[in-house]
Design a protein around this ligand. Structure first.
Ligand code: AMP
Length: 110
């Protein structure tokens, strides 16, 4: 498997501000935000697409959601609301083949 863009960011081979990190996931601001808050929550394990999720990945998927909840609270958008999105493959709009959850908020989303 090729090293993904996000693994390169995690390994500091590509510069980016890591705004959250624990043992299992990390988060960065999206370079091309489509909302006032647009953060990517990414597992440290490089899993290419949601199709590659297997039984045994429940824990890491749960950690992604827990990190999203935590970051939303820190950003002050818990009560106003936000959206979590996973894109899968070309028709789903996926461009980086290392699963990630988009956390979008800070405005009324259409
Ligand atoms: P997706 O289209 O769901 O695969 O999402 C990939 C996201 O990664 C897009 O929203 C991009 O704007 C974002 N992105 C690409 N390169 C970078 C980067 N170097 N730092 C932060 N976000 C990035």
């Amino acid at each position: 498997m090729q090293t993904s863009l996000f693994t390169k960011i995690l390994n500091k081979e590509i510069p980016s501000d890591i705004i959250y990190e624990d043992d299992f996931v990390f988060a960065i601001n999206d370079i091309n935000p489509i909302a006032p808050v647009h953060i990517l929550i990414i597992p440290k394990e490089q899993i290419p697409t949601i199709n590659d999720i297997v039984s045994g990945n429940e824990f890491i998927m749960g950690k992604i959601i827990l990190a999203a909840k935590h970051i939303a609270k820190e950003k002050g958008i818990s009560d106003s609301g936000y959206r979590l999105i996973f894109n899968c493959n070309a028709d789903g709009g996926q461009t980086v083949y290392h699963i990630h959850c988009h956390l979008l908020g800070g405005k009324k989303l259409g």
